[in-house]
Design a protein around this ligand. Structure first.
Ligand SMILES: Nc1ncnc2c1ncn2[C@@H]1O[C@H](COP(=O)(O)OP(=O)(O)OP(=O)(O)O)[C@@H](O)[C@H]1O
Ligand SMILES: [Mg+2]
Length: 462
């Protein structure tokens, strides 16, 4: 076991030594420094996990020291000791990235607990970093994150069909990632150099939709003062993404069918057809087969669209993806907001894993975006998450997911789920994962093999 290295900084030699003694008695390696400048020199030469510093020092005070420390690499966690009257400075310091503060005169238990928490947090951050590195290596479809077997099958399918011209129908509940997949199809195809044009079929009235899609000639209708090229023409060589395709009117359905059958569009008000070379990707969260049965959607158009089907399962059916997605969004919004938040408290993660996510990935993304915005800590705490998510999901012991929130799974699926989860938490460390799972490493490798976990990687090319 590697001993954690601590540095105690206080201009008062006696109290500096007293604090150091207490920490040494806990088994930490502890150095001391009387004053901020000396501390900075030490930190630049030796790596420390945690710096415990007085806030009021004549040469370089605790807050200024903190600012300097944030530039060092590796960056230690900072705990400030504040006497009466400096609490405000301490709060300011937390905003600037201090881990926490403890009041003076020191209470032993409080100090030890805070140090322990800081070390635990560092361990988590380290694991998350390893985990991210592993993720990036594994998945080559940028912006789509997933580790579940169902998502891996989707990655493979996307990689296989992206380069083709075949029409793809993407189905799935709202927020499951249909648009993300549509973009992946475009950007992983030779069409990536040409436009990707999205059109939301339900937001436009029938007339506007038709002229948007197919264009119109001058005077085709009142207000059509000039001719206009439609999106199909504008997207020539590229991809047209028809979102919410279940919402288009019978008339537009007929026109669309013609485009697909003849590879040409006729602008509204024109008799002349224009050849177009586009790939069509359509998406719907409706039951399109059902709409065909009830006569609301043309069967022939359905078959034209449904050449390749990509179905995105709801997030609650692929809970293994939650930690990976959560980390992806955390990193995205931390970077966008310039915040140094690099992980989740274990409790927060178990809440996220247990919640049913009716709004799917979009809801998860929103929850984390908000969490990052409100958080004042280097890791996301349960308090940073929307109350209804935290409340609806009482976490079990060790952050286990409440049993009745899990779908009914076979033993094999449960085993796979648990292995992926432990590998995620250990940052891919097989030795630790095997210890946690209570099997030897050889057995773990066999299981990884059997459940296709190691080969969890979409092909680079079809
Ligand atoms: N696998 C994923 N990896 C990373 N981000 C994802 C993934 N799936 C979805 N997202 C993100 O979640 C949000 C919702 O995804 P998207 O817009 O693709 O959903 P949708 O299925 O089109 O939803 P709707 O039916 O409501 O239009 C987006 O911000 C998207 O970037
Ligand atoms: Mg969408």
């Amino acid at each position: 076991m590697i001993r954690s290295r601590l540095l105690v900084v206080d201009d008062d030699a006696e109290s500096c030594e007293a604090v150091a003694e207490v920490l040494r008695a806990e088994g930490y390696m502890v150095a001391t420094s009387q004053g901020g400048h000396a501390a900075l020199m030490l930190v630049r030469e030796h790596a420390f996990d945690v710096v415990v510093s007085d806030i009021r020092m004549p040469d370089l005070d605790g807050v200024a020291l903190l600012r300097e420390l944030r530039e060092t690499d590796p960056e230690p966690s900072v705990i400030l000791m504040t006497a009466f009257g400096t609490v405000e400075a301490a709060l300011e310091a937390i905003k600037q990235g201090a881990y926490d503060y403890v009041g003076k005169p020191l209470r032993l238990e409080e100090l030890l607990l805070t140090v322990r928490r800081a070390l635990e947090q560092r361990r988590l951050l380290r694991e998350n970093q390893q985990f991210r590195a592993a993720l990036q290596e594994r998945y080559q479809i940028p912006n789509i994150v997933g580790v579940s077997s169902r998502m891996i099958d989707i990655f493979k399918l996307v990689a296989r069909v992206a380069p083709a011209r075949s029409t793809v129908l993407i189905t799935g509940e709202s927020g499951t990632g249909k648009e993300v997949v549509a973009r992946a199809l475009h950007f992983n195809s030779p069409r990536a150099v040409a436009p990707f044009v999205t059109i939301d079929c339900v937001s436009l009235s029938e007339g506007v939709l038709e002229s948007e899609l197919f264009g119109h000639v001058r005077g085709a209708f009142t207000g059509a003062v000039g001719a206009r090229r439609g999106l199909f023409e504008a997207a020539s060589g590229g991809t047209v993404f028809l979102d919410e395709v279940g919402g288009i009117s019978p008339n537009t359905q007929a026109r669309l069918l013609r485009v697909l059958e003849q590879q040409e569009v006729r602008p509204v008000g024109s008799n002349e057809a224009v050849r177009v070379d586009v790939r069509l990707v359509a998406a719907t969260n409706k039951d399109l087969e059902g709409q065909v049965k009830t006569g609301h959607f043309r069967e022939d158009l359905f078959y034209r669209l449904n050449v390749v089907r990509v179905h995105l399962p709801p997030l609650r059916e692929r809970r293994e993806d939650i930690p990976a997605l959560a980390l992806h969004f955390l990193r995205k919004y931390a970077e966008a907001n310039d915040k140094a938040i690099s992980g989740f408290a274990p409790e927060s993660m178990s809440r996220l894993e247990a919640y049913p996510w009716p709004g799917n990935v979009r809801e998860l993304e929103n929850a984390i975006e908000r969490g990052v915005a409100v958080s004042a800590h280097p890791i996301l705490l349960p308090d940073d998450l929307p109350a209804h998510i935290v409340m609806s999901t009482p976490a079990g012991p060790n952050g286990a997911v409440a049993p009745d929130s899990l779908p009914l799974l076979s033993l094999g699926e449960v085993a796979r789920h648990q292995i992926v989860r432990v590998l995620t938490v250990t940052g891919g460390n097989k030795k630790r994962a095997a210890e946690i799972l209570g099997v030897d490493r050889k057995t773990l490798y066999r299981l990884i093999d059997r459940y296709r976990i190691a080969s969890a990687r979409p092909p680079a090319e079809p």
